[in-house]
Design a protein around this ligand. Structure first.
Ligand code: HEM
Length: 538
């Protein structure tokens, strides 16, 4: 092999080049040619023009010119951390997933984010927060790509481009950055009233978390779990923070946006580096897998609905500890690629139409964002399970695949890699019956109830939380230029609660309209209030 020497820092030189790079004792070009100088371009005399033949100059500037990649089309601003997930074993009865077996430890990478702001935007804006977790399980990677709000704006992924266009800055003025404070956002949510539930969560203190460490996380959709015996249940995933659920006040959020726009990422890194490791418990709500896919009358395929914890307890199944900050923001936090289709055996999808569209969207956007189909070879995205796919070639291919027969079974160099009896760890496509039904562009009728759970949320708030919600609606709607939009949103508030509507209308100097649907008769869910939400196992 190559002769090796050690540099003062202990790095090996003369070793084969690694993707890690920048370990040699001497500064070189990307081709490994040793440099004499990197501060002066090659010129025709000290006062002469720069020579085109200066490869080092061109390589250095060219690479710099291409340093930026597109930011994520949503969730562009984020902060990540590494950690460990330890399973309690309490999910073994309902899922065969190996990483959920008792005592099993799995390495994870978590990326927290805001949704609407650009990569350089402030952390403390009023917005939904992403909570995406990559579990590097030995049965394949599992990505739980959730938010800090348990419901979503829309019920069908076909509307996702529309809600995001309405929430991002206007195409003409590219303002404002204040996340929801503009006409198109309120126009959308008052016309597409299924968004009202998510919106009240945004207007509540959940829209301005104190810290990533004090956020709950939710898988939002209902998933289907399958156990060793092939039995299935429906389930929703919940993350519960050890420190309890806490928010900033609006005034704190505003001040921090100016004083320290990096407040949340700084808090995350500082906590980990001080040894105050952030912790969450993962829990599941479990529902019988009935043909109706409902629980207590709630449609489990509707991503704008929750199942109150009082009706279905969140059962803890494991603990997440974040204990290591990234070495390099770009390599890890920026290049990480999550996908709902990354599932281990024991966890499967449902027909939630929002979930189904997400299964298409993430890999599609990553083909552009990460420059081609080989981004699963980027270190942060590499599975920790052994990979033996039949994928070949493509931009940025790092593997040197051997053999001549990239098809299976074959009789030339691979044989058949599915020997009988080795199916134990293989992915399970649950053989759910697909209904014989005419093709339609329509939702089930149960998706039409847009107000009862919004009212449930409102009635579950403590007085101070209600006060914050009123102030948030009043402030944000007050930013709209169009009175008709404010009036239309007030009509939605009237369908949620007359007190809420009245107070916001007064703040806006507008009359409070009457409800257009009967007010839902709902039982408040104390678990929705942030007051007293602490570490569940204490
Ligand atoms: C990114 C959550 C709905 C498209 C993300 C991220 C999170 C997330 C946490 C950031 C991932 C990261 O940190 O890298 C959710 C949740 C949803 C939802 C909880 C609803 C329950 C949708 C829908 C679509 C969509 C319906 C499209 C139809 C995207 C795209 C990205 C993204 C394109 C950027 C991914 C990338 O560039 O790697 N989402 N999302 N999302 N989401 Fe969603």
């Amino acid at each position: 092999g190559a002769q090796q020497t050690r540099t003062p820092t202990g790095a090996k030189t003369g070793a084969p080049a690694t993707a890690n790079g920048q370990q040699g004792a001497y500064l070189t070009t990307a081709q490994g040619a040793r440099l004499r100088d990197t501060d002066h371009s090659l010129k025709a005399g000290p006062r002469g023009p720069v020579l085109l033949q200066d490869h080092h100059l061109r390589e250095k500037i060219t690479h710099f010119d291409h340093e930026r990649i597109p930011e994520r089309v949503v969730h562009a601003r984020g902060a990540g951390a590494h950690g460990v997930f330890t399973a309690y074993g309490t999910a073994e009865a309902v899922t065969r997933a190996g990483f959920l077996k008792k005592g099993r430890e799995t390495e994870v990478f978590v990326r927290f984010s805001t949704v609407l702001g650009s990569r350089g935007s402030a952390d403390t804006v009023r917005d939904t927060r992403g909570f995406a977790t990559k579990f590097y399980t030995d049965e394949g990677t599992f990505d739980l790509v959730g938010n800090n709000i348990p419901v979503f704006f829309i019920q069908d992924a076909i509307k996702f481009p529309d809600i995001i266009h309405a929430g991002k800055p206007h195409p003409d003025r590219e303002i404002p950055q204040a996340q929801s404070a503009h006409d198109t956002f309120w126009d959308f949510v008052s016309l597409h009233t299924e968004a009202q539930h998510h919106t009240i969560w945004n207007m509540s203190d959940r829209g301005i978390p104190r810290s990533y460490r004090t956020m709950e996380g939710f898988g939002v959709h209902t998933f289907r779990l399958v156990n060793e015996a092939g039995e299935t249940v429906l389930a929703k995933f919940h993350w519960k923070p050890k420190l309890g659920v806490h928010s900033l006040t609006w005034e704190e959020a505003q001040l921090l946006g100016g004083i320290d726009p990096d407040f949340h990422r700084r808090d995350l890194y500082d906590a980990i580096e001080a040894g105050a490791y952030p912790e969450w418990e993962l829990g599941i709500q479990v529902f019988p897998d009935t043909p109706e896919e409902t629980f207590a009358g709630i449609d489990l395929l509707d991503p704008t609905k929750i199942v109150p914890e009082e009706l279905a307890e969140v059962q803890p199944i494991g603990r997440l500890v974040l204990n290591r900050t990234p070495t390099n923001f770009f390599a890890e936090t920026e290049q990480v690629a999550f996908h709902l289709g990354h599932l281990p055996p024991g966890i499967d999808v449902t027909n939630d139409p929002l979930l189904q569209g997400r299964l298409f969207s993430y890999v599609d956007t990553q083909l552009t964002r990460l420059g081609g189909p080989n981004f699963s070879q980027i270190p942060i995205n590499r599975p920790h399970a052994a990979v033996n796919d039949m994928l070949r070639d493509g931009f940025h291919q790092h593997a040197v695949h051997a053999g001549v027969a990239p098809y299976r079974p074959n009789s030339l160099d691979g044989g058949n890699p599915f020997p009988a009896g080795d199916a134990e760890h293989a992915f399970v496509d649950v053989p759910v019956t697909v209904a014989q039904a005419p093709k339609v562009r329509a939702n089930p009728a149960s998706f039409d109830d847009h107000y009862s759970q919004v009212r449930l949320f409102w009635l579950s708030m403590s007085p101070v939380e209600k006060e914050h919600i009123i102030r948030a609606y009043t402030f944000e709607l007050g930013k709209c230029y169009h009175q008709a939009i404010k009036e239309r949103q007030l009509r939605s508030l009237a369908n949620i609660d007359p007190v809420l509507c009245e107070q916001v209308a007064t703040g806006l100097g507008l009359p409070a309209p009457q409800p257009t649907v009967p007010l839902a008769d709902v039982t408040p869910s104390p678990a929705l209030s942030q007051v007293g939400r602490d570490w569940p196992s204490d």
